[in-house]
Design a protein around this ligand. Sequence first.
Ligand SMILES: [Zn+2]
Length: 414
Amino acid sequence: MGDQLSTELDHENHLLLDQPLLRLPFELLRKTLRSARFEIEKDGALITNTLKETATSSVNGRSSKEDVLKSLDTMIARMRGTKRKLIAFADEEDRLHQQEEARVQHLADLYAMYSVDDVKYEGWSRTRLDRLLVDYLLRQGYNDSARALAEERGIERLVDVETFEQMSRIRKSLLNGSVAEALAWCTAGETKKELRKMDSNLEFMLRYQQYIEIVRNRSQTKPNEALAHARRYLFPYRDAYPREVLQACGMLAIPPGTAPTIAAYADLYSPARWAMLAELFTTTHNTLLQLPSKPLLHVALSAGLSALKTPACHSTRPDSLAAPPSHATSLTLSTNVCPICSTELNELARGVPYANHSTSHVEPDLLMLPSSRAYGRARLDEYARKAGLLDGQVKDLRSGEIYGRDTLKKVYIT
Ligand SMILES: [Zn+2]
């Protein structure tokens, strides 16, 4: 919300919310680069070793001509596989570069405008609102609606449909009781290393859930499966998660049927854990990609509410909703209706702070009328002149009532 007296466009303020717009493709590019490097190193090392072994055994005469040819064929097949993977990464990179380009252009469009009165500004703001709406829809899981809106407005490159679709696919699989997709995401390429750097507990919690499911269905699984799983995925982390690991051991003695009597174990067998894991995944995913945790629409709305909110909005709130608001904000002086006092917005605005207005909108040389309304002396004079009042008379700008100048009181703001 800009200063109402100025129509100058403050570019930096406009872009406060738009960091993720450029940051996400950048983070994804980094992720793609790291994943590509991981594949090259992995396959490269394998091929170098195979080549060395084949050459040595061929020179030593330990392997036949057929064996050498077979080994070469394996290496070629492997390299073809690497090439296919790299092509997929290159395509992804292309897509991200196109996104970055479109986004930089979108921001450059704003920098080409200098006033909010510019005819193009309305269109730009509309696009920004559409972007915020798509972001909101994606975060709520309304992927089809988000895609449709993005297509209709032609802003596919300005929104992150693919990223959120992938995220909600994994989220849904967790809510449906499957950890496989989330585990694949956690352990793919360099993600595992990145998550470790973040001290993320996501992979451990997913492995823990796998263990719980093995114990739950113990009669159907091999007797040693639970122990083998715990040895491999849980025990190595007993220093970081002592409570979880202890309970994992305890679970073996407490089958699901008897768990409800012991709260700690009832929680472990509870289906509510899947919702917890889905939340944990979403938070981890957003942190890894440096995505804001809240939809930007919420941030924009609460900033807007804050800018309009005055201390009077909630203190003078009448019990009856039908009663008209008793104050006006500087932005709504002419209509005497405060948006924050409206039934629709009042509750929403209750939790947001007041804005820090750095520019005063109070008129200089204030005079208070017997009606308790105050106006600047210059404005009262101007209205009195326009209304053709007698000398020594002034008019209330809102009610139209006429008062004598001797009834006015000077207002001091302290
Ligand atoms: Zn109000």
